[in-house]
Design a protein around this ligand. Sequence first.
Ligand SMILES: Nc1ncnc2c1ncn2[C@@H]1O[C@H](COP(=O)(O)OP(=O)(O)OP(=O)(O)O)[C@@H](O)[C@H]1O
Ligand SMILES: [Mg+2]
Length: 287
Amino acid sequence: MLELKNVDVIFARGTPDENHALKNINLKINKGDFITVIGSNGAGKSTLLNVIAGTYSVENGSISFAVSGKNKGKTPLLKRFFGAKNKEEGVVDVTRESEFKRARRIGRIFQNPLLGTAGNMSLEDNLIICEKKGMRALKFSLNTRKRALLREKIKQLGLGLEGRLRDNVGMFSGGQRQALTLLMTVLSNPEILLLDEHTAALDPINAELVMNLTREFARSQNLTVLMITHNMKHALETGNRLLMMDSGEIILDIDGEEKQNLTLADLQARFQAAKHRELETDEMLLV
Ligand SMILES: Nc1ncnc2c1ncn2[C@@H]1O[C@H](COP(=O)(O)OP(=O)(O)OP(=O)(O)O)[C@@H](O)[C@H]1O
Ligand SMILES: [Mg+2]
C-alpha cells in the first residue's frame, strides 16, 4: 500500500556537514503490516518516517501510495482526489506532495505526550477536532447519541476518563494523554500510522498500557503501522515485520514466521553481522 523506491535523503548537501541520512531505501509496506523499526541513534529511523510524512523531501527516488477500491470510496473527497491522479492502477505518487496534503492519509504520534492533544481544551473538544481531520463529519456537533458514543470509546481505553469529557486535557497524565492521542489518531482513520518512540517518555506501566492499546487498535481496526522503538522487547513482541536500520540503510527486514521466532540474541547477532560486513568493506577501501 506504500512504496519507497530508491529514496535518498541528504542534509546540508554540498557543505562540510553533508549527511546522507537515507541511502537508496527500497521498502514496500503491505496493507495491514505492523512493522517495528529499530536501530542505533542517528540510524535514520525518524528520517524514514519524516520522508513518508513529507516533512523532509527526497533527494532522489519516489514515494507512492497504492489505493484499494475500498479506500477509494472512503470519502468522496479522497475518491475524487485519487481518481484524478491515476484511476487505472490506483497508485498515487506523493513524492512532491506537501506534508499538509499527505497528512490526511497519515496518522503520526511522537515521543512527547503533550504534542498530540491540546492541553487547554476539553477532552470533548479535542475529540471533535480529530473527527474533523478524518473529514467524515465536518458538521460534527455533540448530540446525546454522539456523546454516548465518545464516552464508550473513551471507556474502552480503560483509563477511567469517560466521566471527564468536559475536563481540560492539560489535567491528564502523560500516559493518559498519549492514550488519548492514540485514540484520536485512530479515529481520524489514517491509511498508515507512524509512531516515533511514542512510549519512550512514559513510565514503564504507562508505556505498557499504551503499547497494549496500540496492538489492540492495530488488530481491531486492521491498521497499517510503522513503529520506531528502542525497546527490543516491544520490537520483538509486536507486529508481523521488523526492520533494522543502520547508517541510513535498512540492514534487516524480517517478517512471517522468522519474525515470530526471533529472539533478542538473534537480533544482536544479526546486528553484529551487519556491522562486521560494513567494517570489512571499509577495511577493503583502506587497502
Ligand atoms: N533536520 C535535519 N537536519 C540535519 N540533519 C538531520 C536532520 N534530521 C536528522 N538529521 C541527521 O540525520 C541522521 C539520521 O537522524 P534520525 O533522526 O533519522 O535518526 P534516528 O535513527 O531517528 O535516531 P534516534 O534513535 O536518536 O532518534 C542523523 O545523523 C541526524 O543528525
Ligand atoms: Mg529518531
